[in-house]
Each structure stands twice: as structure tokens, then as C-alpha cells.
Design a protein. Sequence first.
Length: 515
Amino acid sequence: MGGSNCPETPRQKMVGMMYLFLTAMLAINVSDQVLDAFEIIDDGLKKTIETFTEKNKERHNDFAVASQENAKKVAKYYDAAKQISAKSDSLCQYIHYLKGKIVRVAEGPEFDMETQHITKKNNIDAAAQVLDLQKYGYKLKDSIIGYRELIGSIVNDSTFMHAVESLLDTSEPKKKSADAPHLNWVTVRFGHTPLVGALALLSKIQIDVKTAESDVLNYLYAQIDAGSFKFNKLVPKVIANESYVLKGDTYQANIFMAAMDTLQNPEIVVNGIGKVTQFKDNMGVMRIPANRVGPAKYSGYINYKMPSGVYQKFPFDFNYTVGEPSVTISATKMNVFYVGVDNPVSISAPGFTADQVMPSIDNGKLIKSGSNYIAKVTKPGKSVITVKVKMSDGSSRILNKMDFRVKMLPDPIAVVAGKKGGNISKAVLKSQAGVFAKMENFVFDLKYTVRSFTISSVSGGYTRDEKSKSWRFTPAQKKLLSGAKTGQKVYIEDIIARGPDGKDRALPTISFKIK
């Protein structure tokens, strides 16, 4: 019995044949020469026992070496091997004790079988008396069953255990007929058996015990690496903690050896995509279109064939970020903020997500507006925007700073009919609703509201002034305009306009000439 299919070795076949021959010869009356031959056979069996004992010691040395290399991995199997060998040694010592007891019953209580030559080889009562009448044979049977059950509690292999049960068989013999006498495991082997034959049979049991021990030790030793993966290629790999590193920061990566089996490609399944079909150097190549900006995640599993032949799923998941291709181009001389208005600011940090970017301003405040920001500055002079980013370890780093000049808003101009002075027909002037203020050649689309103004013109030979407390022409002002003559000048003055910053501004006078 050995290996997964437990084939018999030549030595085991020889021992089995001798056992069959011995059993057949014991059934008949044999001569002294034949009994001498059985003594020689028993001596050979004893040498076989010594050979198995040495072989099992060598296997224990192998366990000890393996335990020094990886005690945690080997401990389970080494402890089981020690338990099996202790039981095997105890059982063989007990059988040796039975041999001495049987010999002393035949030769006398002072007989020493280690130093004296057996003379009563043909005694057919001693073995039966000790093993059957005194019940030692039944204790031996129970010990063999216990040894077999111990092996069964350690070895989880039905084929292996079938061979063990065959080798350490203690089943009762079947009756050949209904009226045949009942024979049990002890009586069929040792009833009316010559002394030398009983000793040979007991030696045969010792060999069976040591054979089982040897096979179990080999089985346990093989199990140390039975569940280990078999790889035939090592590849150096570098995995960085961050794919984007700031100047002045530290680049950190894990460097290790990855083992792979080039004889098989694992089955890789990505959720929502399906099986990975492209491989390079036994590594699956996955491609996911980056269609949306922002954080992304994928997951799946690798279906890998274990050493036992069973496939096991190993799940995985991974997070990554998709960013817009970006480049920043700015005219540094034009970095200007205006007090009192919303100053749009675009802030981006390539390589970082929006939630990692933390901008701040030292003059006013920054307000998030969609994917951009609004800067609201409070006083003219200077403003600095500082951009920090949050790192994966929770710390923050200053990515950049930018200075801005801060100015007050420029004054608008006053217009009527879209004109800021010059010739105008009386009909056009009379048809206007009022005076407007607008920004001329300014980047911001700002709204100023005229709060008051005065129209001054000559009427009846006297200069008259008519005031409006809004942007609209008053009835009195319209009457004054109706009386204007061709070539006469009309002045719109004392114009006050209020801008988005809430401040009032005095605007220059508008002069029109009636045509």
C-alpha cells in the first residue's frame, strides 16, 4: 500500500505470499525441518520490521527539516505523523510482549527468548492459551481496530483507507456452512497453531502495522505541499500608491515578485463587461472606455484552478478616476478681480478629482459654482488664491498659488437712444423713455441703473432745469424737450447711477444738439 492508488511493493507481495504459505502449512502436521524453516522465515520478518522502522525514522527526519523551514505549514501534518508513529510503536511493543509471553508458557517462566534458542517449536497450546483463553488476542484485535480508526480520523481518502482496512483486517471469518463451528479472528489464526507459526503470524501483524505507519507518514508528508500552488514563472511587479506625485512630495511604491503559471490562463470575469478574452504573458488585458469624467469603479473575479483540481473564485475591485484633458493658458498681466461683482475663476488640478481640490482666497471668499468658482473680493489692492489638494493618506499639499490685482469697477457712461452726445433729432429725443448707463468695452456684463438726472435747456429765453428722480423722463422734462428749437443744445447733467456693488457714481454730462 503506497501512493494514491496504494500499489503493493515487491516486499509486501513476498510477505503476503509467505503468510498464505504459512497458514496452509499450519493446517497440517509438519516435521521439525519445516518448523525450522518457519523460524528462519520469522527471522526474516523481524529484519523487515527493522527495515520499516528505520525507513519511518528517515521520514520523521524529513518532517523535522520541513518544520524548520516552515513550522506553521508543517505543524498539522508533523503532529499527526508523531501520533501515528507513537501508536504504531506501542502496538508493536505489545505484540513483542505477547511473543515473549507465549514462549514462556511453552518453555518455562525463566526463558529469555532474546538469548535462548526455542526448543518447543511445535507446541500447539501456548499461543491458544495466551491469546484465546487469557484473552490477550482479543486485546490485540481491539488495539489493531483502534490503530485503524486513528488512521481513519487523520486520513481523508477513501481509496487509501480501503487499503488500510484490507491490510489491518480484523473481520470475523465467514462460516462455510450452517453447522460449521464458529471461529473468530483469534481462534482462526492462533487456535492449535505451533509456537513458531504463532510467532511468525505475530511478526506478520507487526509488519502490517509498520507498513501502515510508513504509508500514512508518506501520505502526510505529501499533503504538506498538496494544497500549494504550482508556479513556473516569476515576474517583478511595481504597484504605486499614487499615480500622480507632487513636486516636493515622495513617490512610494510596493515592489514584489509575482508568481504565475504559464501553462494556464485564469478565467477573469469583469462585472458588466463579461469574460476577459485577451491575455499577455498570462495576464488578462481589460479595456474600459473612459466616457464619463469623475470617479469610476469596476469589480469582478478570477476563477482559478486550485491544486486539488477544484476551481475557486477570487473577487477583486478597483477604483480609478477619469479626468478631462486640460491645459491652463493665462495672461499673467491681466489677473484682475473687481470689487463688488462675481469674478468667475476656473480652478483645476490635473491628476486629482474635484473633491480633492481645496482652494482658498485671502481677500473675500470663493463660492463653488458648477465646475468653477466665483471670487467675491472686498477691497482693492491684492488677492491671493491658494490651491491645496487632499492626498490619499488624508494629508494635504499646497499645489499652487496665484496673485490677482483687485480694482474698483470702472464708471459706466450715460446714453440716450444709444448715443452719448452729439446731434439728435427732436422727434427721436422726445420718443426716448429715459437715460441709461452702460459699461463701454468692459469684460463683465454689468448692469448700472440711473437713479437721477437733470435736463437743462433754454425755454422762452431763459435756461430751465427739470430734474428726474429715476432713469425715466418726467412729463416736465418731455415738455421742455418739445420746446427745443433746431440748433438748440440740450444738456443732461447731474447723472447719478448705481452699480452692482451698490455704490452711487456721478456720470459725465451728455450734450445733444437738436437738428
